[in-house]
Design a protein around this ligand. Structure first.
Ligand SMILES: [Fe+2]
Length: 215
């Protein structure tokens, strides 16, 4: 009998660039200005500190806004890529054809960080995948942990052994740094947080995704 190798419980994070970022950035910022004027008081949440967070209703504005529509198309593609890679084997085992699975963005929102603003470690509910897209970091070339870093906590128990056999799972956390226009797609159950925003601009969009069978 041949060996069988089970690669169980993978943790996939996809970093993907929104190719139309430069084209739509100003328009998306205009939308944010419009939204904040319409709803001057942002959403309250216990994990939030010094920031304006919109409601989870941004998909309601898609039909009247071409930039948002394009951003959502991009977000849907990212979710599909990461979820298909993570589920390939599991779906095959259950005889599920990936063409029969549809991604549904269940909620979308934005955050405009104020000085010292940040989000405590948290997870997202009622979805399988989540994402963050860096819309405005003040400087398009900015690539540092304090502005465009997202801090992820390992879902594994940390080993107390420092041998070479657990190099792959030794990190208790990882900060993934993006640039303006980059998006990170990750499992909704993965605990994550942002860094305190230090005198820098940081405006992001986020979304949650649910996958369902259409046949
Ligand atoms: Fe989050």
């Amino acid at each position: 009998m041949e060996n069988e190798l089970f690669k169980l419980w993978p943790t996939l994070i996809l970093k993907k660039k929104f190719d139309n970022h430069n084209l739509y950035k100003d328009n998306l910022l205009e939308f944010i200005k419009f939204y904040k004027k319409k709803y001057p008081v942002g959403r309250e949440a216990s994990e939030n500190k010094n920031l304006y967070e919109s409601n989870y209703d941004i998909t309601n504005f898609v039909q009247e806004n071409k930039s948002l529509y394009n951003l959502i198309e991009f977000i849907g593609e990212g979710f599909k890529t990461v979820a298909y890679n993570a589920n390939k084997e599991a779906w095959e085992n259950k005889n599920i054809d990936s063409k029969d699975i549809r991604a549904k963005i269940t909620s979308m929102w934005f955050i405009d960080y104020l000085e010292d603003g940040f989000v405590f470690p948290h997870i997202h509910s009622n979805s399988s995948w989540s994402m963050v897209y860096y819309l405005d970091l003040g400087n398009p070339d900015n690539e540092e942990v304090s502005t465009s870093g997202t801090y992820f906590i390992s879902p594994y128990n940390k080993s107390d052994s420092s041998d070479y056999g657990n190099f792959f799972s030794r990190e208790a956390s990882r900060s993934i740094i993006g640039k303006e226009g980059d998006a990170l797609f990750f499992p909704s159950t993965l605990i994550h947080s942002s860094y305190p925003s230090v005198n820098k601009k940081r405006v992001i969009f986020s979304a949650n995704c649910y996958f369902e069978k259409i046949k």
